[in-house]
Design a protein around this ligand. Sequence first.
Ligand code: DGJ
Length: 340
Amino acid sequence: MTSIRSGEVWQDTDGEMINAHGGGVLFHEGTYYWYGEMKQGETYLPEVNKSWGGTRVDVTGVSCYSSTDLMNWKKEGNVLPPVKDDPASDLHPGKVLERPKVIYNAKTKKFVMWFHADTLDYAAAACGVAVSDTPTGPFKYLGSFRPNKGVWPVNVTEADKKDPKAALARDLERGQMARDLTVFVDDDGKGYLFAASEDNATLHISELTDDYLKTTGKYVRVFPGREMEAPAVFKRGGRYYLIASGCTAWAPNAARSAVADSIWGPWKELGNPCQGDKADITFQSQGTYVLPVGGKSDKLIFMADRWNKDNLPDSRYVWLPIGFEGEKPVLHWLGEWRPE
Ligand code: DGJ
């Protein structure tokens, strides 16, 4: 590719359609690595998902592509292949593997992948973690878990604790739900998990252990009842930003943005970052990641998926530069542009 053309078919350097959905990009030693869900095979509506229309494709792995210019992407392969012969494995084709994100741990020199690991009915709502010595894998799968078992968030109220019907208290012993998620590494090397929790109603921000393989048990509930999905996090001018979506299955909705001086909040909502035609449906897409060009924070790219619920492998990519009006991130449609 010689430019970024959102919504069109994007080909890799072999001329094949890029297959990296719900993904994220890691910039490491001068190279960008784009990881995403491989979506291939038949799109179907399982019986158990009929009530909410959740079509799917079987899990076929996590793809990785590399590039130095964000336009020419070389396929590095399937870095977390499915486990076809064990129906109990999180990586079995019949499970759910969504929104993989890879971060680099400078202390352990490992590449750590987090993703949403689930059962077909989305009831497991867990995090899967895999690790590799190289950005191009193969990643070794460590397993899945629900974060923050047995601990209350730092901003829990007495009322939250006493409400046994509320998801937070219900999930205390089992661990808190984690569906749409992302991971973010701060300038000081601390890692954080942002995950849609409490039946998707409330986002949880959890501190990661120094090796980025687990959560420490320190976490905060943010945007209670706002149903934030598709979280994407970045830092600019020393402040933390979030762009997220609402919760409408594969259908696009209006994005939201928010800012905070501390990752622990308070977070202030700044409204829909999109402006112009189709701003109310994020230009027919749902965010997945914010990519700082060159690993620096002044040039930011909003990465999103234009899901095709009837043919998920043909879901396209929407990438747009992020502008600012004061402190508010702003997105305009740009049909064709180049990162420089
Ligand atoms: C919206 C989420 O953001 C996606 O990752 C996926 O889980 C779909 N829902 C499934 O309908």
